[in-house]
Design a protein around this ligand. Structure first.
Ligand SMILES: *Cc1c(COP(=O)(O)O)cnc(C)c1O
Length: 354
């Protein structure tokens, strides 16, 4: 399907690359496409970035039927622009769609649209160290209707936001609060989907964690409140006795693409890797016996986020003396080297845009 392009009358000034932050600046253009039961997904178009006008009864505003993705475009040393595993994002978006009764997208067509949008916006892909262009594909339910059912009409859009280095002050470990009175998702629910409601459900516990001086929440499972699940927007890893351990994808955990990259790299380095059930009690006892070596999170925004401290009830579990552990360091270096084209891409993860 050919994509129509409507040019902007005026372009925005380029931001200062040393002050980008996250998610506040948007580029000149966005991609839009609509769905109705007659035409399916139709009218793909690139047009000036603009507010979406909608009826106050629009279903997404009331019942949260929406899914989104997050990925990045990177500027390499030679000036080229490349994406990291974008096909996996659109595949995951379709899994989220199935869970929320949203009609699936054509993954190849949408990837092609994304590449056209990013090429048109080439100058918005920043070049300063560790900066990137964050990409947010989203689908929202558009019927103006207050009854509870799946919407008949939808909007798919992609917006782009240049973002700064995640660690402007260096790669420092964070402190994480383990929640046992709030849960994020339960098996049979929507934990596996990247959908708005999961983030609304995480806010109250996040506030409590911030009040206690912790940056994020580590969620336990909703049934036993013992087994480790994941962090707010990151999957979680532990290194115990030189073995890399992460919770298995059990239905309530978001299947992170960075998580999958970490597992693939660690296996390629012949590390012992386990995806399985792991409880907070096992972490406490590994820590008590001196076998817990590292804790870190994985996600598109931070890539790898070393964790220096977990707080669970009255217990404080601290690792690596507030420093970054060697496994977290090597993974961060390798993944970012691949993303920015500073090394070979043995896994075929990188996709050129231009
Ligand atoms: C997006 C997300 C992740 C990380 O996924 P990546 O594909 O690695 O960015 C982990 N957990 C949650 C809840 C998320 O929303």
């Amino acid at each position: 399907m050919p994509i129509q392009i409507r040019k902007a009358d005026q372009l925005k000034p380029q931001p200062d690359q040393s002050k980008l932050g996250f998610g506040t600046i948007f580029t000149d253009y966005m991609f839009n496409m609509d769905y109705n039961p007659d035409k399916g997904w139709h009218h793909p178009r690139i047009e000036p970035f603009a507010p979406i006008s909608m009826d106050p009864s629009t279903m997404v505003l009331h019942y949260g039927q929406s899914v989104f993705e997050g990925l990045k475009a990177y500027r390499t040393g030679s000036g080229a622009v490349q994406l990291f595993r974008p096909r996996d994002n659109f595949k995951r978006m379709n899994r989220s769609c199935r869970m929320l009764c949203i009609p699936e997208i054509d993954e190849a067509a949408v990837l092609d649209a994304l590449k056209q949008l990013v090429s048109l916006e080439n100058k918005w892909v920043p070049s300063a160290e560790e900066t990137s262009l964050y990409i947010r594909p989203t689908i929202i339910a558009m019927d103006p209707y207050l009854g509870v059912r799946a919407s008949f009409t939808y909007r798919f859009f992609i917006i782009l936001s240049p973002v700064g280095a995640y660690y402007p002050e260096g790669f420092d470990p964070v402190k994480i609060w383990v929640s046992d009175d709030h849960v994020r998702a339960v098996r049979g629910g929507m934990g596996e989907a990247k959908t708005a409601g999961n983030y609304a459900a995480s806010l109250l516990a996040g506030d409590k964690a911030h009040q206690e001086g912790y940056t994020q929440v580590l969620w336990l499972d909703g049934i036993t409140r013992k087994n480790i699940e994941e962090v707010g927007s990151m999957n979680i890893f532990f290194v115990i006795d030189d073995e890399l351990i992460t919770p298995a994808l059990n239905g309530s955990i978001l299947p992170g693409i960075t998580r999958d990259s970490v597992l693939a790299l660690a296996r390629s380095w012949d590390m012992k890797v386990t995806e399985g059930q792991i409880s907070i009690d096992e972490i406490i006892s590994a820590h008590a016996s001196g076998r817990l070596q590292e804790i870190f999170g994985s996600g598109t925004a931070a890539v790898i986020s070393p964790v220096g401290e977990l707080k669970y009830g009255d217990q404080i579990i601290s690792v690596t003396d507030g420093k970054v552990g060697p496994v977290a360091q090597k993974l961060y270096q390798t993944i970012t080297d691949i993303q920015y084209g500073r090394c070979e891409d043995p896994m075929g993860w990188v996709e050129p845009v231009s």
